[in-house]
Design a protein around this ligand. Structure first.
Ligand code: ZN
Length: 276
């Protein structure tokens, strides 16, 4: 089978009005057969701004079944959405409760690492609770985040932090653990981040990924009650199922090792994978 091709984001100067850049093919498998799934109002989202499109159209890939928004934000729209950090997403927010929630994850990962705790890269660290908790277990964390204020705050708390995208990191095989906690659904092209994460991981390294799981009874119950918050989630471009996430991980050089229900987000799944 020929390798799928990906759409390339346009140059920044092409952006004028805040808008979505339509996917011309499935962002996971590259197939051009995209089916309309549903439309949702996003005007009640906490980060919504009137200059943004008021609805999100969701699509399904005919070939691989992946569900995704019709397009991702151009830079003008991104600037509007990311102007402010959502409540609870700054380093140190809700730190005591978050510590207990992340302890389970760090413990599960640590049970599977073969060496003493090493470097842990957390992508999109938000409130940094995973970083704080990993440090308790003896890991040396590096946090990356696109919000400069979050990076400055984490550094002020004594942790290594950089304001960059995962694709900008070039430290090959440098990390024992790479975590993308509730990050993949926010990325226009999650495959790129996962493929790059595989290059950053040490040979026996572990990947931690969490994201909502749409293939659950909870999700369907929320749909039935017309109370599913994810269809109007302005910041998400993807709705994963466990089978599609597992297939993607395998396509990107990982082997899923452990599945758990996330206590942090509705319908969430926590997956640990090793390098294959
Ligand atoms: Zn697809």
């Amino acid at each position: 089978m020929a390798a799928p091709t990906w759409t390339t984001p346009p140059a920044p100067e092409a952006d004028i009005e805040p808008a979505r850049i339509a996917y011309v093919s499935c962002p996971l498998c590259g197939d051009a057969a995209i089916l309309d799934l549903r439309e949702a109002d996003c005007t009640r989202h906490i980060l919504y701004q009137p200059a943004l499109p008021p609805t999100i159209s969701w699509c399904r890939c005919h070939r691989c079944g992946h569900v995704f928004a019709e397009g991702y934000f151009n830079r003008a729209a991104e600037a509007l959405v990311f102007a402010a950090a959502p409540p609870g997403q700054q380093p140190g927010d809700d730190v005591e409760r978050q510590r207990a929630l992340w302890a389970e994850v760090v413990e599960r990962v640590t049970a599977r690492v073969e060496d003493a705790p090493g470097r842990w890269l957390d992508v999109g660290f938000g409130n940094a609770a995973l970083i704080f908790t990993a440090a308790e277990w003896g890991y040396r964390p590096l946090g990356i985040d696109l919000r400069p204020s979050n990076v400055a705050k984490l550094r002020s708390l004594g942790f290594e932090a950089r304001c960059c995208d995962i694709l900008e990191l070039q430290e090959r095989s440098a990390f024992q653990v790479v975590s993308l906690a509730d990050v993949l659904e926010h990325l226009a092209f999650p495959r790129r981040a996962l493929e790059h994460a595989a290059t950053l991981l040490a040979p026996r390294g572990l990947l931690f990924v969490s994201t909502p799981n749409m293939d659950t009874a909870v999700w369907r119950a929320l749909d039935e009650q017309q109370a599913n918050p994810y269809w109007g989630e302005l910041e998400h471009y993807h709705c994963f199922s466990r089978p599609r996430l597992y297939a993607l991980l395998r396509e990107c050089g990982f082997e899923p090792l452990h599945y758990a229900v996330s206590p942090r987000y509705r319908c969430g799944m926590d997956v640990i994978a090793g390098k294959s």
